[in-house]
Design a protein around this ligand. Structure first.
Ligand code: MG
Length: 375
């Protein structure tokens, strides 16, 4: 029996994590839950799973058995074996550090944490023998391909569906609506990551995430368009052999793998692939010029220091401004690029310097959007 804490339990990944827990009541027990604004759902989850600890960012009356705790306290509680970080943006950073310092296993879905503070998280995870288990489908795929193969890796190949606008012209991209951007061709996800997938910022953030998770240089990470989202990523070895992980695009599989690792569990609710029905898997070279967010992210990742933090913060604000209809889809990369252009980077930043860069970038992105009368 593994004792779990799930932070961000009311979001898309959090709900699917609880679906996996429901499938294996004899393997997983929920001891901590943390949710954001959706207090009705959080209250339902608390009454169903009866965790000992719960956190809500809004006021919530807890039943007698459940004690109110901070996310950091939940993430580091002695009873917790594995912490699933299903928050978005920077919310999960401090609780993830708390889990790392307590030497927990951490099933990580919140990619911004490694993008913002990869060096600190990975260094401290080694010190405290904490395990970072990726939930992002691409990283789960690479992790599965690398099992038993730590040497002889030539490169990692991340796949992307290309998002809904891959074949759009620049003038079509200007007119993209919020509704269109929220229609991802293959995956059902939260709003922020769906827009990030449409701008391809998501793939840039994933490249930085892969750099930290697998201790590999940016030069050895490639991206390829794979519209069917069946191959979730690949590893090429020095002898030219390629290993890939394939499955139906359903986040419950990488979630379950992280929860049950190192075992695999049989789960009849997960869909199976019928290769004969799929017939063909196709690939295309990525056109970087068409999606400036991807280049911005790769550039920030290579520069390192506080640049990826600024990228993340500017992206979070710009995406929110687009979702609230204050800016156009094509303004997202423009505003992020301007914010990064104004930043004076700090190499090997401390956590405080990362948080200061984050606050500066949020403020600057908002100011830039206002100055250009976009808001
Ligand atoms: Mg992904």
């Amino acid at each position: 029996m593994k004792n779990l804490a799930i932070l961000g339990s009311t979001g898309s990944i959090g709900k699917q994590t609880l679906d996996i827990v429901r499938s294996f009541p004899d393997k997983f027990r929920v001891v901590g839950l943390a949710g954001g604004k959706n207090t009705d759902l959080l209250a339902e989850q608390i009454s169903e799973f009866q965790p000992r600890l719960a956190y809500s960012s809004l006021k919530l009356t807890l039943p007698g058995k459940t004690r109110f705790s901070s996310m950091e306290e939940i993430a580091s509680h002695p009873e917790v074996d594995l912490v699933a970080i299903a928050t978005t943006g920077k919310t999960g950073l401090s609780p993830t550090l708390a889990a790392v310092r307590a030497g927990k296993s951490i099933a990580l879905a919140n990619k911004e944490i490694l993008v913002m503070a990869g060096e600190i998280i990975i260094t401290e995870a080694k010190q405290h023998r904490a395990k970072i288990l990726p939930i992002d489908s691409e990283h789960s795929a690479i992790w599965q391909c690398l099992r038993g193969e730590r040497v002889g890796v030539a490169r990692l190949i991340l796949t992307t569906s290309g998002g809904p606008f891959y074949h759009y012209s620049p003038s079509q991209l200007v007119r993209v609506t919020v509704e269109e951007s929220l229609q991802h061709p293959t995956w059902k996800m939260g709003k922020k990551v769906t827009v990030d997938s449409a701008t391809l910022m998501n793939k840039g953030l994933e490249t930085i995430e892969a750099h930290w998770l697998f201790a590999i240089s940016f030069e050895k990470i490639e991206i390829i368009i794979h519209p069917q989202s069946i191959i979730h990523s690949l590893v090429e070895f020095v002898d030219g052999s390629l290993k890939a992980q394939l499955s139906f695009p359903d986040m419950r599989l990488p979630i379950q793998y992280a929860l049950s690792y190192p075992k695999r569990l049989s789960n009849s609710t997960l869909p199976r692939i019928d290769l004969a029905k799929i017939k063909s898997l196709t690939f295309e070279t990525i056109d970087y010029a068409r999606f400036p967010c991807l280049e911005l992210a790769l550039d920030a990742g290579k520069k390192g220091g506080t640049y990826p933090t600024v990228l993340c913060a500017a992206d979070e604000i710009a995406t929110e401004l687009f979702l609230t209809r204050h800016i156009r889809f094509s303004d997202i990369p423009t505003i992020i690029a301007e914010t990064i252009g104004l930043h004076h980077g700090i190499a090997n930043p401390t956590l405080d310097e990362i948080l200061a860069a984050d606050a500066w970038a949020r403020e600057t992105t908002l100011k830039l959007a206002k100055r250009e009368s976009l808001c």
